[in-house]
Write a new protein. Structure first.
Length: 360
């Protein structure tokens, strides 16, 4: 028998979330961001599920793009970190990959290379995040040099990244948009700004291409309720099973370091999941799980392979019962907040020893 620690992936939910992104920005084309193994959901399977709907996919690094090509994904692929050598540019041309250019070194490599065919290039401008991107003052020269290069396709997409799109109405987002618009004015290029937060709550950021990632997997990027995010359907349910149950007397402790101590007689269940599976080690006592439709709080430190939960008062709880760690009825954001992290980290941190099962 296999260990029943599984991530159930609802591909229909991902398709519905992608359709929502398209409905919210009907004048834009929507590139599906499936970097980091589709945020832990399985990039190849997600790409196959969105074939025929998404006109293109985006990944972070060229290795992720090559994995998709090897799996038979033929749609346009954008490498958002770009590439950092002429040999990688040659590979991009051979595999028909689009690349972001965000610094002078990448631009110079592109100009020096002898590519078998021109490639699609997305110059990225730094509008204030100060992570990656060309300076606003250098963008016009960059676009001019790209247009003069035989290695660059005629259609150029200028992009940027929003730093505070998860804060609706952010003044910094408005500042970034103004910087971007001043850069591209009268330049005659295609544009791309919106991430998930921009799509959901900042229509002014909707441009020729939008780039949703987190929302595709059904999780809101916002800390507060935003109406447009209410339709999102969580795509991953992380679950395991109870493998032991014991009675603990008042004043007895549970787990490493005796962090949790029973204030009265309690029933404690041991669950086959731990930080080696991607469940957050720093989750505190009281972090919710769900057993038989009831909340069962974490009771004791998370260990490598196991957690312990308090099932006192949950009638009929027994060995073999399913335990939901996050999913449709328990947002990954709730667990992340309790553990002092973000849902992105938890989704991408589910490890390879957790079986992924896909439903259509």
């Amino acid at each position: 028998m296999h260990r029943k620690t599984e991530a159930l992936i609802d591909l229909d939910a991902i398709r519905a979330n992608y359709a929502l992104a398209c409905r919210l920005a009907p004048e834009s084309r929507t590139i599906a961001v499936i970097k980091a193994d589709a945020y832990g959901h399985g990039a190849v399977d997600v790409a196959h599920a969105l074939q025929g709907s998404a006109p293109a996919f985006a990944v972070a690094i060229i290795d992720e793009a090559l994995e998709l090509r090897e799996a038979g994904i033929s749609e346009p692929l954008l490498v958002m970190e770009g590439v950092n050598s002429i040999s990688a540019l040659e590979c991009a041309a051979e595999q028909e990959l689009a690349v972001v250019v965000h610094n002078d070194e990448q631009l110079e490599d592109l100009e020096r290379a002898r590519l078998p065919t021109p490639i699609s290039v997305w110059p990225k401008v730094d509008t204030g995040m100060h992570r990656l991107g060309l300076s606003p003052g250098s963008l016009a020269d960059t676009v001019s040099r790209l247009r003069a290069s035989d290695n660059c396709e005629a259609s150029i997409v200028v992009c940027t990244h929003l730093a505070s799109a998860d804060v609706p109405g952010s003044a910094f987002t408005q500042q970034q948009l103004e910087t971007f618009d001043a850069c591209v004015a009268d330049m005659g290029v295609l544009q791309s700004i919106s991430n998930s937060g921009g799509i959901l709550a900042c229509p002014a950021s909707h441009r020729d291409w939008n780039r949703p990632g987190y929302m595709l997997y059904g999780i809101t990027p916002f800390s507060n309720d935003v109406a447009s995010a209410a339709e999102l359907r969580p795509a991953m349910t992380l679950q395991s099973e109870i493998i032991a149950i014991r009675e603990v007397a008042a004043s007895e402790s549970v787990g490493y370091g005796g962090r949790w101590t029973a204030s009265s007689a309690a029933t404690i269940a041991t669950v086959a999941i731990g930080y080696a599976d991607g469940y957050p080690r720093h989750a505190p006592d009281g972090t919710p799980t769900i057993v038989n439709g009831c909340v069962a709080p974490l009771a004791g430190a998370v260990s490598m392979d196991l957690i312990t939960i308090d099932v006192t008062g949950i009638e009929g709880a027994r060995i073999g019962d399913t335990v939901t760690l996050w999913g449709e009825d328990l947002s990954v954001n709730t667990i992340a907040k309790a553990a002092g992290t973000i849902g992105y980290e938890l989704l991408t941190g589910v490890t390879s020893r957790v079986a992924r099962k896909f439903t259509m």
